[in-house]
Design a binder for this molecule. Sequence first.
Ligand code: ZN
Length: 451
Amino acid sequence: MKKRIFVLLLTLFAFSSVFGLITQAKNADKMLMTDANGEASNSLDRKVVSTETKKGKKSRTIELQRFYLEVTDGSAAATPVPLPNCDYTIHLAKGDRETFLDNGVTNDKGEITGLAFKDIPLTGASLKIRYSLGNEQRGYVQKYDKKPYSFVFTLRLGNENTINYSDDQVQFGKEKAEETFFYNFQAARINYYFDQGLGWHSEAVKKVNQLFPDTTEFEVKPININFEKGQYLDESNAFSRNGHDGSGVPDIVVGDRSDKIFDTNYLMHNVMHEWTHWTMYEAFEMPSGDYDSHYGTNDDPQISYKEGWALFVGDVFADIDSLKADDMLVQKDNEKGVNRLYGKSTNLTVQHVLYDLYDAGSNDEAFSISERFLDDALSEDEVKQLNFGLLSAAMIESRATTLQEFLTYLEDKYVITRSDKEKFAQVLKINGLSRNGKFSLNSDEGSPKGE
Ligand SMILES: [Zn+2]
């Protein structure tokens, strides 16, 4: 009985895929139990009679040249994302049996390439390709039961012996649970931006390591990101040094949102923002601490420093244009006649000092941390990438916990000539810092800061 239903559903499935309707799994795969968070499937081709069957062969070798998926939730506004640097396993499925074929990690683009599988039945077989969102080097996007999101794609084999398959509209979810498609897609996006962010970051640091042999090589330890429907609803995203549940394992939480709006910039910024907190803690046990707002004065300059760094990394990755547009924010802030940022210990003041060290070709100061050391003509973007890498490496090397300590370290190491020192002093001045890098003002408007 069960078998008959399966065959019937397979027939229905084949019928619908003739008309190009389906990549989303329905009932067809119920025979193979899986604890995946989402499933999807497709058939490779629809020819019924294998030429090899006629020749009397019993099995064959299948070459998997390329297998590539992009995940979406099917909504009109969705930009599908690939599954880069994700753990995968491949099983052969025939009837209710599964046989392990291979496992590995998808490449930077999200592809599985260059595999060959022997002893594949001529008919009636499928490949089950299971993905986890993440890998052991980077960490995983997971649910609060600490299990990584896992998606399974069933590829029904036809009589072609090579697989070159790509599908940019795959919806992973569970039937009759429409929201699973949405949340699985958001999890895939978090995974994708996290992977992109780390790739972008390590690329900049690698370039700097090549150019400056004294700079530290930046090792990224893995961290897991928790995300799930209804969890931490409308709460701030967070890095927790003891884990969100106090388990002692550091992790990141991305909260669910009741408006269900997860803008790309928002996700990109927040993933790298919290990752920067993790990096500072992991590398030199940067102290934690709460703040009221990015404009508020923090009595403890360590809070401004760690938040300023997280804001800086998040925005350079996610939204460099808004940072560029706000280049003069510290000088120009005006809230009822009071400048909340200039010279004060705030998150935004630190972010914008870092931005001034990073940018090249800006209007208000002429300093750029790496330019003294560049012997080739580089584009502005290349210079900024080096600046970012240099600042990031110095953040780790210096073990600074305040902006002043960081600026002192930078000046000692990279600001050598008289003209560079003048330009560096200008960066401090336009942000209201003392020549020694200290915030010059208290939270009360304009009053000089006592020692
Ligand atoms: Zn933060």
